[in-house]
Ligand binder design. Structure first.
Ligand SMILES: *[C@@H]1O[C@H](CO)[C@@H](O)[C@H](O)[C@H]1NC(C)=O
Length: 434
């Protein structure tokens, strides 16, 4: 799930972005609600009779991915992609790096790659043009800073059980999704439950900032003739192993206030930019910025305030960096609804002094959540779902909770990972049985 980005970046690329915040509800790690518990578990909360056969390979892949820091500009985004390509090739995939163009905030020498992979196509020289996978399974390799090393609450793997906690940057967001998706795909193919050629894997970069990795992949598909289309795409983000019915949209920008400086003892001689700005912000905080049954209320955040110079000086300038999590309208219309409401408040407060700069935004993003046996939720964070063009169904699902995803306490349990593998197997089979 996407973190923060600078407004400068936003202005220059007109890209969607979001700030991690919270999923509705709470952070309990619930099991799948259906009665089909994996056979290796006796019942929820009790010690499993025996670990699933893939535990070691799942945990090893998860660890290897976390061990490679992959924050934007950290200098090793390429290492995570290169590691994964080699890993997949060794397992009989055709796998390749897709170079993502440099951007204004990355050095041109820093190579940034997506990973594209086709299971069981190891010997096919150009699977991108010879295969028509029906379902895309995807997540992201980049993580938010700062790097936090891998930690596991056990002295060696033999001590690990389903309650064992694993921590580190990316342990949830989203290297848990990468490792569990690959494990689920491997297991389904090995068990003959799906055909390898029906699936494609995609691990992008840039999700935590501008979504440029997914946008680049999407644009490269649109250039092909005929344009390949997927029937479904499964996006891996922390949803507590619940199926997301969608997520709120977002807009980020600034409100600027201009005033007239003067001695604070004589307010009538000047005009306070900080005063007029805080008055407007208070109104926006209390305003209804639109709601919907599915996504709840739009929420407003004042992320940063600047303005004024000293206690005894009337402030000439002030500014607020704001974001709105948009619950109103549709993907195409939600942004305009919110923008108009904020503009109206600024106009009513002080039209001359206040300026709104909201360069970009989008309304709620719908996902499909119509599979039996899953709890559902609505997420308040941004994802790459809307960055993949096409008419496919979109599913959003993955282990771990967003409430720790960008924190220094990012962690999940082995149970979360193993339940995600079972959940993903069900979702993939569902998409292929349509
Ligand atoms: C949404 O906002 C309304 C007031 O505008 C409030 O009554 C309601 O409790 C809010 N809903 C949620 C889910 O916060």
């Amino acid at each position: 799930m996407r973190a923060t980005t600078s407004v400068l970046l936003l202005c220059s690329t007109l890209s969607p972005l979001s700030i991690a915040y919270a999923i509705d509800g709470h952070n309990s790690q619930n099991p799948l609600v259906n009665s089909e518990l994996p056979e290796w578990r006796t019942s929820y909360g009790s010690k499993p009779a025996s670990p699933p056969p893939y535990r070691d390979s799942l945990l090893s892949l998860h660890k290897a991915l976390i061990d490679i820091p992959s924050t934007l500009g950290g200098g090793s985004e390429d290492k995570a992609a290169e590691y994964l390509v080699e890993y997949l090739k060794e397992r009989g995939y055709a796998a390749q790096l897709e170079l993502v163009p440099p951007r204004s905030d990355t050095s041109p020498e820093t190579k940034r790659f997506n990973v594209l992979a086709w299971p069981g196509a190891g010997s096919i020289s150009d699977p991108a043009h010879t295969r028509k996978p029906r379902v895309l399974v995807t997540s992201h390799l980049d993580v938010v800073p700062p790097y936090i090393p891998y930690g596991i609450d056990a002295s060696d793997f033999s001590e690990v059980d389903s309650n064992t906690i694993i921590s580190g940057r990316g342990s949830v967001d989203a290297k848990a999704s990468v490792a569990t998706q690959i494990t689920a795909v491997e297991n389904l193919i090995a068990a003959g439950e799906v055909r390898a050629e029906d699936l494609m894997l995609l691990y992008v970069i840039g999700e935590e900032t501008t979504g440029d990795g997914m946008k680049h992949f999407s644009a490269s598909l649109q250039k092909q003739n005929p344009t390949p289309g997927f029937e479904a795409a499964i996006f891996g983000e922390p949803t507590e192993n619940k199926l997301a019915c969608g997520h709120k949209g977002i807009t980020v920008g600034w409100i600027y206030a201009k005033g007239k400086a003067g001695h604070s003892g004589y307010p009538s001689q000047g005009k306070s930019a900080t005063g007029v700005l805080t008055r407007a912000l208070a109104k926006i905080m209390d305003a209804d910025l639109g709601s919907s049954e599915r996504y709840g209320n739009s929420t407003f955040n004042i992320g940063k305030l600047t303005g004024g110079v000293a206690a005894n000086v009337i402030a000439k300038e002030a500014a607020a960096m704001i974001s709105v999590r948009i619950a109103a309208g549709e993907f195409e219309t939600g942004f305009e609804i919110v923008k108009e409401r904020i503009e109206a408040i600024l106009k009513e407060t002080d039209e001359d002094a206040l300026t709104l700069d909201l360069p970009y935004g989008y309304g709620p993003v719908k996902c499909d959540c119509d599979i039996d046996g899953f709890e559902t939720l609505v997420a308040n964070y941004g994802t790459d779902v809307a960055n993949l063009e096409g008419r496919h169904q979109s599913y959003l699902y993955g282990p771990g909770t967003i409430l720790v995803a960008h924190g220094d306490n990012e962690a999940l349990t082995v149970r979360d990972l193993e339940e995600a593998v079972e959940g993903l197997k069900k979702i993939i089979k569902h998409t292929l049985s349509q």
